[in-house]
Design a protein around this ligand. Structure first.
Ligand SMILES: [Zn+2]
Length: 252
C-alpha cells in the first residue's frame, strides 16, 4: 500500500498503531492493521528473535534507544505494575497493542515497521507502569479524552521521530513507514524554513519545528484527521472513541 492511498484527502484516516491499550477485553478485536500488508513474516521466528532484530534497528535512533531502555526496565522487573513485569509476545496475526501488562506485536509486519510499532506500544506501557494512564472513573469526560489522546499522539510522534532518525541508516527502506510521517514532516519543514528566515540558528529552528510538528499531530487526533475502529468496523474519531469508553465506565 502506498502512502498516498493512506493519505487520501478528506478521508478519515486510521492510525496504524493500536487504538486500544489497557481497556481489557471490552474493546478487543478492533485493531486495524491498515498498513501492515507487506508480509515479510518469517513464520519460525520466536519472540526473542523478533525482539533482538527490533532492538538492533532501534539502536540507530536516540528515540528508539530510549524506548528499548524503558522496555528493558519494565521487562526485567526493575519497574513493575501490580507486582508484574512487562511481557511481550510477537507472532504473525497477533494484534499490535499494549494490554496490561503485556505488549503484543503482529509478526506479519515488516521488521522495520514492527520496530516503530514497538516504540509506540512501549510508550503506552511506560504510561501505565508510571501510573500516568488516564482512568475514566472519577475523571471529567473532557479531561479523560484529552489525556488519552495526548498519550496516543505522543506514541505516534515518538514512532515518527524514530523513523526520521533512522533515515540514512541501513534500515532505511520503503517499509520504514508510519501513517502520519508525511503530515509530521510537512509541518516540520514549514516551521523550520520559517524559523531560519527569522534568523534562528539550526538547533533552535529544529527544536521549534519539532514542537510544532508534535502539536500538529496532536491536533490531528483531536480534529478527527486520524480515527480508529470503534469495534464494529466503523471508523470514529478518537474523541468519540474515548468519550464512549468514558461513558461505559461512568454510566454503564
Ligand atoms: Zn496507541
Amino acid at each position: 500500500m502506498s502512502l498516498s492511498s493512506l493519505f487520501a484527502p478528506d478521508a478519515i484516516r486510521t492510525d496504524s498503531s493500536d487504538p486500544i491499550h489497557s481497556y481489557g477485553n471490552s474493546m478487543a478485536g478492533i485493531m486495524p492493521p491498515d498498513f501492515a500488508l507487506t508480509s515479510t513474516a518469517s513464520a519460525n521466528l520466536s519472540t526473542s528473535d523478533y525482539l533482538s532484530k527490533i532492538k538492533t534497528i532501534l539502536q540507530n535512533s536516540p528515540t528508539g534507544r530510549t524506548a528499548v531502555h524503558h522496555f528493558d526496565a519494565m521487562n526485567s522487573g526493575f519497574y513493575k505494575k501490580d507486582g508484574k513485569c512487562l511481557g511481550i509476545e510477537i507472532a504473525p496475526g497477533l494484534p499490535s497493542e499494549y494490554s496490561a501488562p503485556k505488549i503484543t506485536l503482529d509478526g506479519n509486519e515488516a521488521i522495520e515497521e514492527m520496530a516503530l510499532t514497538f516504540v509506540h506500544e512501549v510508550n503506552h506501557a511506560w504510561y501505565d507502569f508510571m501510573g500516568k494512564t488516564a482512568e475514566a472513573k472519577g475523571m471529567k469526560k473532557q479531561d479523560y479524552i484529552d489525556k488519552c489522546i495526548y498519550e496516543e499522539a505522543e506514541g505516534a510522534w515518538l514512532a515518527i521521530e524514530a523513523k526520521l532518525e533512522l533515515k540514512g541508516s541501513e534500515h532505511d527502506n520503503e517499509k520504514l513507514t508510519h501513517p502520519q510521517d508525511e503530515r509530521y514532516l510537512q509541518e516540520y519543514d514549514r516551521v523550520f524554513v520559517e524559523e531560519k528566515k527569522k534568523g534562528k540558528d539550526e538547533r533552535t529552528a529544529d527544536e521549534n519545528a519539532r514542537r510544532a510538528a508534535r502539536a500538529f499531530i496532536l491536533k490531528g487526533f483531536h480534529d478527527g484527521v486520524v480515527g480508529c475502529d470503534d469495534g464494529s468496523g466503523n471508523i470514529v474519531s478518537y474523541t468519540q472513541y474515548y468519550g464512549d469508553i468514558w461513558l461505559s465506565e461512568n454510566h454503564p
